[in-house]
Write a protein that binds this ligand. Structure first.
Ligand code: ADP
Ligand code: PHD
Length: 550
């Protein structure tokens, strides 16, 4: 039996597999699924001119979980009418990301060391069932479905063996965790490839989990990313004309591990590297919102869609809570001058938001000058007198260290940061005085989301270790259940009085400011407030600083 274009499905992604696959997919489209959604009037890529431009379409886990058929028909097949299309998939989520395949895989990777192997097997079975069920519901071709299910079973058995080995070795390294997580994107791509094939596209599944050997690489610098993009391009170039690569958003093996070094949301970065590799006309990141809004549209009913934002604004928004695009994505696209467009899978007619490449965003980071002008007259003046967006990052804990000495001992700050670094804690906002330092830490990694007797979150081992080391430098206390609210906008620097209005709006509405940090970023102002006030704060700031000036 010939595999349906599942390039190397199972374990090897060989050229032979691809050639057979391509032939099979074409046969399939023309003979087996007559009368199905193979729209004869559609150009599914085979008749495109050789110089047709590429577009890269990236789909997140929840979109694939809920709207796979729409994605296949209305987005990928529609895209093929004018362009060559490369599809990049994240792991499927059923309803929310927390119920998604990646989270299940991560829970299995943790449980393998603490629980009996049964609970891991249950996670794997839930993942298997989810992929089999969606296949049974949407793949309307019996033999394609049969082969797809066989592939899913094989991948899940391999996953079980990986988990079993980790249990025996009593160790889950960053690389092991990566191998476990990579299964999510493989399954997702196997499914999308089969679905696209049954709808007439000549789709081929492409696994990037072992795209290169980077054992000699130390830093993830420009050269490293250039190499990955080159390898992705070389792999896609082996495909024939009219073939649609369906690419795993997981790519490896990254030194230090993809999850550890890039973090969740790595699929956006993979899509950007694919766009660079193909010199794509556009990188499309498909979501379940029309694009980037002035505030989270699910929390602020009056939020407005932004037609464009700069890469620096998009990165800042993502870092401070509006998870629109992984922050590393922008740099790759800017370097290759590729626009990123955020679009909506459930409203394909919306033009979305474009993040135009703006080389000055890279240049300002790489500038050799030590001095930046802070004067208003030297700063560019923008017509608009309102920020671009307001965003909230929940699950923040403030860690205060009060120095024991009246004056700071030499090396005080260096020691504090090295202790945090040793314990894998990073700081989102910081404020300091002569004898005290306050640091806002994102609790997702720092604290377990469990509640103790006093309704305080129980500290995780890494935070506990950090606190006991910090005690050598002073008295330490923690303030949990906080959030960071930030204004973002490239114009902020030239808006006289904007910080005053931001803080006074919060104060006038009875929202207490726990900590202020300003000045480090040119394009954002942020402060820490109580988490339970976060949604109200978002709305009052939006009403007062965005609404009135329209
Ligand atoms: N300023 C913003 N503009 C657009 N979406 C935002 C903003 N801030 C937060 N969000 C949230 O980001 C999410 C992005 O869309 P979604 O498709 O859910 O993401 P993903 O692809 O990661 O699953 C939405 O849930 C939306 O509510
Ligand atoms: N599946 C991975 C990678 C990813 O990029 O996800 P998403 O595109 O759904 O944000 C994760 O959940 O982190």
């Amino acid at each position: 039996m010939v595999p349906l274009g599942l390039l190397g499905a199972g374990t090897e992604f060989s050229t032979i597999g691809y050639e057979r696959a391509t032939k099979s997919a074409t046969q399939h489209a023309t003979t087996r699924i007559k009368g199905q959604i193979v729209n004869k009037s559609r150009n599914l890529g085979n008749h495109q001119p050789a110089n047709a431009h590429w577009i890269v379409q990236k789909f997140g886990g929840t979109s694939l979980g809920k709207f796979a058929t729409t994605i296949a028909e209305d987005i990928v097949l529609a895209g093929l009418e004018e362009h060559r299309v490369a599809v990049v998939c994240s792991a499927r989520s059923t309803k929310t990301k927390s119920e998604g395949t990646t989270n299940r895989l991560l829970r299995a990777a943790v449980d393998v060391l603490v629980a009996d192997s049964r609970s891991c097997a249950e996670y794997v079975e839930a993942i298997r069932l989810d992929h089999v069920t969606i296949g049974q519901e949407t793949i309307k071709n019996d033999s394609a479905l049969e082969r797809y299910i066989a592939h899913v079973d094989r991948e899940c058995n391999r996953l079980l063996r990986m988990l079993e080995s980790a249990r025996l070795l009593k160790a889950v390294t960053d690389q092991t965790k990566d191998m476990i997580v990579s299964v999510g994107e493989k399954l997702s791509c196997l499914y999308m490839t089969t679905l696209l094939q049954t709808k007439g596209a000549n789709a081929v599944c492409m696994d990037l989990s072992e795209i290169g050997d980077f054992s000699s690489t130390i830093t993830l610098d420009t050269e490293f990313y250039r190499k990955i993009a080159y390898l992705i391009g070389a792999k896609i170039n082996t495909l024939g004309h009219g073939v649609v690569p369906v690419i795993t958003g997981f790519f490896g093996k990254i030194p230090g591990g993809l999850l550890a070094k890039i973090g969740r949301g790595y699929t956006d970065l993979c899509a950007a590297l694919t766009a660079v590799a193909l010199n794509a006309r556009e990188l499309q990141i498909w979501k379940e919102v029309d694009g980037i809004f002035t505030a989270d549209p699910r929390k602020v009913p009056g939020a407005r869609l932004l037609s464009t934002v700069t890469p620096a604004e998009a990165a800042e928004l993502t870092f401070y809570g509006s998870e629109v695009v992984h922050p590393f994505t922008m740099e790759q696209a800017i370097r290759a001058n590729i626009p990123i467009r955020i679009r909506n899978v459930v409203n394909t007619r919306s033009p979305g938001t474009i993040i135009y490449p703006n080389p000055s965003d890279i240049m300002s980071v790489e500038s050799s000058s030590l001095f930046r002008s802070r004067s208003l007259s030297a700063a560019p003046r923008y017509q608009s007198q309102q920020p671009t967006a307001v965003t909230v990052k929940p699950q923040i804990t403030v860690l205060n260290v009060h120095s024991k000495k009246r004056t700071r001992a030499h090396g005080f700050l260096a020691s504090i940061f090295s202790i945090l670094d040793q314990n894998g804690l990073s700081v989102d906002l910081i404020s300091s005085s002569e004898v005290q330092i306050s640091m806002a830490i994102h609790s997702e990694h720092a604290l377990l989301a469990l509640y103790g007797e006093d309704d305080l979150r129980i500290q995780s081992a890494s935070l506990q270790r950090a606190i006991s080391s910090l005690k050598a430098w002073g008295d330490v206390d923690l303030v949990p259940n906080l959030a960071i609210i930030s204004l973002v906008g490239r114009q902020l620097r030239s808006m006289l009085g904007m910080s005053g209005r931001f803080f006074s709006t919060l104060g006038e509405h009875g929202i207490n400011i726990e900590m202020i940090s300003q000045g480090a970023s040119e394009i954002s102002i942020g402060c820490v407030i109580e988490e339970r006030e976060a949604d109200r704060a978002l709305n009052v700031v939006h009403d007062h600083l965005f609404g009135l000036l329209d």
